[in-house]
Ligand binder design. Structure first.
Ligand code: CA
Length: 423
């Protein structure tokens, strides 16, 4: 059986629009990592570099089981972010995505959190190995938009999960079995927002992985370069092949790129006083990337989303977050009647995140106690049409005005509504 060896390369570029790099990347003969930091210029670079700094310790200390080791490293990285936020509230809200592949000599243990991606190129076919933890991905999953539409969606950068130093954002972990000739690409959204999958497939298949990495970054810049772009590539070759001394990894040294290569330090007191404050037009979308949850059957999720939106608004720049609220609908009470509201429910002085869209003729008093309490609490809808449907359903449920009717004579075998059935 052929013994496999991993060649690797890592490249990161600040892009054309940003003035600092909040991505971090790492590549070695057994570990590939990409982290895309967020939380504004104050802390995104810190978050990604701290996460990569902890995860790359796996290179020295693999432990017994690669998956156990990786899970522990991800948990430690998350705790580290939590500690930094506790120590310095100015960096509250910072976080990072994380892609990691840890080679145990036979297979990869992988971790995925956020909207950075891992692709595999095998026999010319490109496969994304994970699912974006994003709002637009949830729309794709529900069949409401296509994958291509998601790439251009105004809220494409809203994350549903990221490493935030909290307990409630779990990474996805999975084993991946590589084959000879496989190439693996880990990248930040600075690549995938600018370059489509077909072009990535063609480019990743370049003669060498070094050429592929350079070309991918170049394509992201030519595509607009609006974000930091980081690519980490691993390739499986026959371990008995002579090393290609033209490759960047031929010296066996790991590659550390982006923010992690410049070791950002916590900067107490600088956290949220960024230049974009007070001018929402200058809003850095990275600052509010971790944003509301998608429409959901569970009402509490929506309320959490509203709180995040409100937090983003208070943080000084909630344009994207506010726009998101205006694509949401729910059904609630207005002047004693059932009404459709546009926006999300959140009561805060001076901030309205919703307004009445249409008041129906359904009176709250005509509903059952249960329905009335539902409407009073608010019933969330997936969209405007769904909200209208909810109103229609309530209208049908409204009991017709009582009409005196003769008491029916019970028929054996027929259970009338007011009969108590006992065994
Ligand atoms: Ca990014």
């Amino acid at each position: 059986m052929t013994s496999l060896a991993l060649r690797y390369t890592a490249l990161s570029d600040v892009g054309l629009r940003r003035n600092n790099n909040q991505d971090s990347g790492y590549a070695s003969a057994r570990l590939l990592v990409v982290a895309d930091g967020m939380g504004g210029a104050a802390a995104g670079d810190l978050a990604s570099s701290e996460a990569v700094g902890i995860v790359r310790q796996l290179d020295r200390d693999l432990g017994v089981d690669a998956m156990d080791a990786l899970e522990h490293a991800v948990a430690r990285a998350n705790e580290r972010l939590g500690d930094l936020i506790t120590d310095d509230p100015a960096v509250e809200g910072m976080g990072t995505t994380l892609e990691a592949m840890l080679w145990d000599g036979d297979k990869f243990a992988t971790a995925h959190l956020g909207d950075s991606r891992t692709y595999r190129l095998r026999g010319g076919e490109l496969t994304q190995l994970n699912t974006d933890h994003t709002f637009v991905q949830s729309l794709v999953d529900e069949g409401r938009i296509t994958r291509e539409e998601a790439r251009h969606h105004p809220h494409k950068s809203l994350l549903l999960r990221a490493m935030l130093g909290r307990d409630d954002n779990r990474a996805d972990f999975a084993w991946v079995q590589p084959q000879l000739g496989d190439r693996y690409l880990l990248c930040s959204d600075g690549l995938t927002d600018m370059v489509d999958d077909e072009t990535i497939a063609q480019t990743l298949g370049a003669e060498t992985i070094d050429q592929a990495a350079t070309s991918l970054v170049q394509l992201a810049l030519e595509g607009g370069g609006v974000d930091n772009v980081t690519v980490v590539i691993g390739e499986f070759v026959d371990a008995s092949d002579d090393p290609d001394e033209h490759l960047a990894s031929s010296d066996g040294q790991p590659h550390l790129v982006g923010a992690a290569a410049s070791s950002p330090r916590p900067r107490t007191g600088h956290g949220s006083a960024g230049s974009s404050r007070g001018n929402t037009l200058d809003l850095d979308p990275e600052e509010i990337r971790y944003a509301p949850r998608p429409p959901s059957r569970w009402r509490w999720v929506r309320w959490i989303g509203a709180l995040v939106v409100v937090a983003a608004l208070f943080a000084g720049g909630g344009v994207l977050a506010y726009n998101w609220t205006q694509t949401q609908y729910y059904v609630a009470e207005s002047d004693g009647r059932v009404a459709i509201f546009q926006g999300v429910q959140a009561d805060l002085p001076g901030i309205s995140l919703s307004q009445v869209d249409e008041v129906s003729d359904v009176e709250l008093d005509d509903l059952t106690n249960f329905q009335r309490s539902q409407v009073t609490d608010g019933i969330e809808a997936t969209d405007r049409a769904d909200a209208a449907q909810i109103v229609e359903d309530l209208r049908r449920e409204v009991a017709p005005a009582p009409v005196p009717t003769p008491t029916p004579t019970p028929t054996p075998g027929v259970i009338l509504p007011d009969q108590v059935v006992t065994p």
